[in-house]
Ligand binder design. Structure first.
Ligand code: GRF
Length: 190
């Protein structure tokens, strides 16, 4: 049986697309059952619709409290019998209320070689630190931001002429390979 996964996005959704593409493989151990965006304008929702995936928007702005938003998220996931949640460019910090419910079944991709460069603007941070190697990390989500057990990493070189945008593009290409690889392994071991 394939693991029933949900992918949570906020923007362009290219990682969601690469996960969904991988999941179409007959021998891939997971299936994307639901794509949720907190942002009604996320480009990724259109991509997911076009791929024939079930989508839904839970707009965080419609809730006064973070907990209410997360409650809706949790209900939606449970109603769809989701077993594993993959954050993919999901730009809301999840509070302990949600994280504790899903701990061990909640993955994230972060555009740096953690524990280096937590938070935002990781490519700027890497350039500023004059790193020669940068990359991305898939990790389990725990209460502390961009922490949690590391499940896989991919490295890319930093070139002398790089800008944050060119570096982001190289890292993103690595993300698209890494996330499905890690998901495959994670689900195979569930
Ligand atoms: C990725 O670099 C991801 O690691 C970061 O935000 C970006 C999202 O890209 N958290 P996309 O929405 O998957 O295209």
């Amino acid at each position: 049986m394939k693991t029933r996964i949900a992918v949570l996005i906020s923007g362009s959704g290219s990682n969601m697309q690469s996960l969904a593409h991988a999941c179409r493989g007959a021998d891939f151990p997971a299936k994307v059952e639901l794509v949720i965006s907190n942002n009604p304008k996320a480009k990724g929702i259109g991509i997911a619709d076009a791929m024939g995936l079930k989508t839904c928007v839970i707009n965080h702005r419609e809730f006064e409290q973070r907990k209410e938003f997360e409650q809706q998220l949790d209900i939606k996931l449970r109603n769809n019998r989701i077993e594993l949640v993959c954050l993919a460019g999901f730009m809301r910090v999840l509070s302990p209320f949600f994280v504790q419910k899903w701990q061990g079944r909640l993955l994230n991709i972060h555009p740096s070689l953690l524990p280096k460069f937590r938070g935002l603007n990781t490519h700027e941070q890497a350039l500023k630190a004059k790193e020669k190697i940068h990359g991305c990390t898939v990790h389990e989500v725990v209460n502390e931001l961009d922490s949690g057990p590391i499940l896989g990493q991919a490295e890319v070189p930093v070139l002398p002429e790089d800008t944050p945008a060119s570096l982001a593009q190289r890292v993103l290409a690595a993300e698209h390979k890494l996330y499905p690889q890690v998901l495959r392994e994670f689900c195979a071991n569930l």
